[in-house]
Design a protein around this ligand. Structure first.
Ligand SMILES: Cc1cc2nc3c(=O)[nH]c(=O)nc-3n(C[C@H](O)[C@H](O)[C@H](O)COP(=O)(O)OP(=O)(O)OC[C@H]3O[C@@H](n4cnc5c(N)ncnc54)[C@H](O)[C@@H]3O)c2cc1C
Length: 475
């Protein structure tokens, strides 16, 4: 056993339920935590997550200090940074898995490098309940439908037998492996857009635990109903913490099991964790879906290129209040309510017929909870070309969606405050309010708030006839 060890942190910014960290502290005199910042993975792709990452590193460093473990931040390509470690350094490297095809491919190269350089290493299960390699149908093929996938996955997880030793030991002395670390400030996005995020989030393990407590104590009971109401904080908002591993999904699962009377809310919540598992399985068995339609019949779909409309959608200026509210919430907070994600995504791919890839890219850049698997799977689910997807011909009506899920306009008026005086009846179709009342209320559609960029009925019909032009779906 080497004297020193490195725990290579990727998406595991936590002390609790961190097998790699626990194992290293139990078996080595010195432990150093390493983060490798590869700007190629973030620049102009995941700008919002640069902020979350930078803050996560700061907060994690404070937690590690209490254990006498230094956090060393290196910048560059992972292979290059890790190739600087030599046998004479007397160090073993540990990490937890990340279930994304590119990361897995790079991981293989890294393992080859360590074998070549005779560096001992060991890796552990990542932030998932059941690894995708262990979840196939009885005939060995991957699942394409959620319900049977989740039924089997849940059973498999419940019947697991491994017992983990997760005790993290405080070290007596600190030792650095690398000469110099980069500052967390270097990771922050160049513009000041991220500054607003500080109002809404604290990316730390402690905060994740608070959110979980709140879920169990106050939210999960009614989750079945409130999860669809964006004006109520009915969901856990744990998604960015899960992405960066400030919390492990097993910790969430176990806390949920402690609930004595497990009602519908519990079941619905657990199912959502299942969608996360399903998405990871999909992108690994069908990695081609990261670049295009899972259902190839959609390759013939007549998408429309319209930069002007795409820009208006991104800015929350479509003239459809619930859509605009969602896009503005995203820009302001780096997060958007799930129901509204479905509405804005449907509007982009169906009303505007803009390719889902454009929406996927925008979400990736703006979401603090961006997750390659969930994002691509959900965009394709909405577009109708994904696995177990919503049929393309089921087109959300953005007026009715607003009226149904944000009846009083609590959410919409918060993010589109110029509409705060519009009577409820017209909130989701302000253009129908007579001009004289618009003038009285000082909110003139076309001046103070945009006219709808497309007519709902015409856009719906155009989408349906475009859909008829693609081949029969056989996926
Ligand atoms: C177009 C679109 C894009 C999306 N992109 C992402 C993304 O990049 N990252 C992401 O984490 N989620 C994504 N989702 C799924 C979902 O919107 C978020 O996970 C959820 O809104 C996060 O809020 P929450 O933590 O309060 O969720 P809760 O309702 O509290 O759910 C608990 C957890 O379950 C998981 N989950 C919930 N719903 C889904 C779902 N439909 N698919 C997969 N996992 C789910 C998340 O990890 C979430 O944190 C997307 C959904 C749509 C429609």
């Amino acid at each position: 056993m080497t004297k020193k060890s490195i725990v290579w942190i990727r998406e595991d910014f936590r002390i609790e339920e961190n097998e790699a960290l626990a194992y290293a502290t139990q078996n080595h005199e010195f432990v150093s935590a390493l983060y490798i910042y590869n700007s190629k993975n973030f620049d102009k792709k995941r700008e919002a997550q640069k902020w979350w990452l930078s803050k996560s590193l700061e907060n994690f460093n404070l937690d590690l200090k209490k254990l006498n473990i230094p956090l060393e931040i290196q910048s560059g390509d992972e292979l290059e940074v890790l190739s600087s470690i030599k046998k004479k350094d007397d160090v073993t490297i540990y990490w937890s898995k990340v279930y994304e095809p590119d990361v897995i491919n790079k991981g293989k190269k890294i393992r080859d490098l360590f074998i070549k350089n005779e560096i001992p290493y060991k890796y552990f299960k990542g932030n998932i309940l059941v690894e995708f390699q262990d979840m196939t149908k009885d005939d060995g093929t991957p699942y394409k439908v959620f319900t049977p996938f989740w039924k089997k996955t849940e059973q498999k997880y419940i019947s697991k037998t491994t017992i983990k030793n997760l005790k993290v030991k405080t070290k007596e002395k600190k030792v650095n492996i690398f000469k110099k670390s980069i500052s967390t400030k270097e990771i922050l996005p160049k513009n000041n857009w991220h500054k607003k995020f500080e109002k809404y989030w604290k990316p730390s393990e402690l905060e994740a635990k608070k959110y979980l407590e709140e879920l169990i104590k106050n939210k999960i009971k009614d989750y079945g109903e409130t999860r669809d109401i964006p004006g109520v904080s009915g969901t856990s908002q744990l998604s960015p913490f899960l992405k960066f591993g400030q919390i492990h999904v097993e910790t969430i699962w176990e806390k949920c099991q402690d609930i004595k009377i497990k009602k519908l809310g519990y079941r619905k919540y657990i199912n959502e964790l299942g969608w996360r598992e399903f998405s990871h399985s999909l992108i690994n068995y069908f990695p081609q879906m990261l670049k295009g339609n899972l259902n190839k019949n959609f390759d013939n779909f007549p998408w429309v290129k319209n930069e002007k409309f795409l820009k208006k959608w991104k800015k929350g200026m479509t003239g459809y209040p619930i859509v605009d509210a969602g896009m503005r919430e995203l820009y302001e907070t780096g997060w958007m309510h799930n129901r509204v994600r479905m509405i804005v995504a449907s509007f982009l791919v169906k009303h505007l017929r803009i390719h889902w890839i454009e929406g996927e890219k925008h979400f990736r850049n703006c979401l603090v909870d961006f997750n390659e698997a969930s994002n691509v799977a959900q965009w394709q689910w909405v577009a109708g070309c994904g696995a177990d997807a919503a049929p393309y011909f089921r087109i959300f009506n953005p007026i009715l969606q607003g009226e149904k899920f944000d009846k009083k306009g609590t959410y919409t008026k918060k993010w589109v405050p110029e509409l705060k005086n519009i009577p409820d009846k017209f909130l989701y179709k302000p253009w129908e309010l007579e001009k004289k009342y618009q003038e009285q209320l000082k909110i003139i559609v076309g001046i103070d708030y945009p006219e709808p960029i497309v007519d709902h009925v015409k856009a719906r019909n155009a989408a349906l006839s475009a859909f008829k032009r693609i081949k029969k779906i056989s996926f």
